[in-house]
Design a protein around this ligand. Structure first.
Ligand SMILES: O=C(O)CCC(=O)C(=O)O
Length: 305
C-alpha cells in the first residue's frame, strides 16, 4: 500500500472528504493497484469517471497508431471472415468480430497496452484482465442501432458477481450523430444493474427504467475524432443510433473485468486469465500485425453459452 502512487489514492481521499460526492456505486473499491501500474490518469479523471460513469480522452491514440489500426481493420481477412451481424429493432444490421484472448497482433497489443490497461486498473481499483475485444463495423447507410443497455446487464449472466467491469471504445473513424456515435446517460451507472431482456421487439434494458432515466439524466452524444478513447463503466446505460450517413463508423471496444471479480462459472467469456501488459511503444514497434490463424473468434452460431 505504501508504494502506491498518490494519484491512485487521491480519488478515494476526495470521496471520503467530500459530503457532496455522488452516491457510491456500491463497488468494493480497494485500490490494490499492481506495483507495476504507471497510473496514466490524473486523480480528477478518476473522480470524473466515478461521477459520470465515463471518461472521454481525446487523442488517446496518435495519427500513426490510428493509421496502423485502420489499416489492420481493413486488411485483416480473418477478422472479416469471423464478423457476424446483429439486427436492431428495425432489422438493420451492424457487424462485429469478437475475440476473448488478446494475442500479439495489433489489436491484441492495443488491448494490452499500459495506456489502456493501467488506466482501467485505476478506474476499477485493482488488477484487471482482458474480458474480450470487438471490432464494431457500422457501415454507411445500413449499420443498425444498439438499443439502450448496460454491458453488465449481460455480463452479470456470465457469473460476474460485481459490476467491476468497464470498456474502452476507440474511435477508428470520426464518430458523429449522423453515423450513429455512442450515446450515454451521464451518471446512470449509479442506478446499479437494470433488468435486461426482450421487451416487445427489443432486447436491452427495461424500457420503463430507460425512459425514467432519460427524463432525469443528461443524454450525451459522444461525438469523437479518430483516436479518441471513451472509457465507460459496465453499468452505464448506453446506446447508438443507426448509421444514416454515407460514412462508416468503425471502432474497437476493449472490455475488462477486475481480477478480484473472477466469474464463479464458465461462460463464453473468460474467467480470470492474467493479462500480460506491454509498453505503449509496442504498438508502433509491432506495426499492423494481423490476426493469426489460431485466434479464437466468437462464433454466435456454435456458442450457445
Ligand atoms: O458503439 C456502439 O455503437 C455501441 C456499442 C455497444 O453498445 C456495446 O458494444 O455494448
Amino acid at each position: 500500500m505504501n508504494n502506491l502512487p498518490i494519484a491512485a489514492l487521491a480519488h478515494r481521499i476526495v470521496r471520503l472528504d467530500d459530503p457532496t460526492a455522488p452516491p457510491r456505486t456500491g463497488l468494493p473499491m480497494r485500490n490494490d493497484l499492481p506495483p507495476d501500474n504507471t497510473a496514466p490518469l490524473r486523480a480528477d479523471q478518476v473522480v470524473q469517471f466515478e461521477c459520470d460513469g465515463y471518461l472521454v480522452m481525446e487523442g488517446l491514440f496518435d495519427k500513426e497508431e490510428l493509421e496502423l489500426m485502420l489499416g489492420a481493420a481493413k486488411e485483416d481477412r480473418l477478422l472479416h471472415q469471423h464478423a457476424f451481424g446483429r439486427k436492431d429493432a428495425e432489422g438493420r444490421e451492424s457487424r462485429l468480430a469478437l475475440w476473448n484472448h488478446p494475442g500479439d497482433d495489433l489489436f491484441g497489443i492495443v488491448s494490452r497496452s499500459r495506456r489502456i490497461v493501467d488506466a482501467m486498473e485505476q478506474l476499477l481499483g485493482g488488477e484487471v484482465y482482458h474480458y474480450h475485444s470487438k471490432l464494431m463495423l457500422k457501415e454507411p447507410l445500413v449499420g443498425g442501432a444498439w438499443e439502450w443497455h448496460q454491458d453488465y446487464g449481460y455480463w452479470y449472466q456470465n457469473g460476474c458477481l460485481f459490476p467491476l467491469m468497464a470498456s474502452c471504445l476507440i474511435a477508428l473513424d470520426p464518430a458523429t450523430r449522423a453515423n450513429g456515435c455512442l450515446q450515454v446517460l451521464k451518471g446512470s451507472h449509479h442506478m446499479g444493474r437494470v433488468e435486461h431482456g426482450r421487451f416487445g421487439d427489443q432486447t436491452g434494458a427495461d424500457p420503463e427504467r430507460v425512459q425514467a432515466a432519460r427524463a432525469r439524466m443528461q443524454h450525451i452524444y459522444c461525438e469523437a475524432a479518430p483516436g479518441t478513447g471513451v472509457f465507460f463503466h459496465g453499468n452505464l446505460l448506453h446506446a447508438s443510433d443507426a448509421n444514416t450517413s454515407p460514412h462508416p463508423r468503425w471502432s474497437l471496444i476493449c472490455c475488462y473485468n477486475a481480477a478480484r471479480n473472477d466469474p464463479y462459472k464458465d461462460s463464453h467469456h473468460p474467467r480470470y486469465t492474467p493479462l500480460s501488459k506491454v509498453p505503449d511503444s509496442e504498438i508502433k514497434k509491432n506495426g499492423a500485425a494481423l490476426s493469426r490463424a489460431d485466434k479464437a473468434f466468437l462464433d454466435p452460431v456454435t456458442d450457445k453459452s
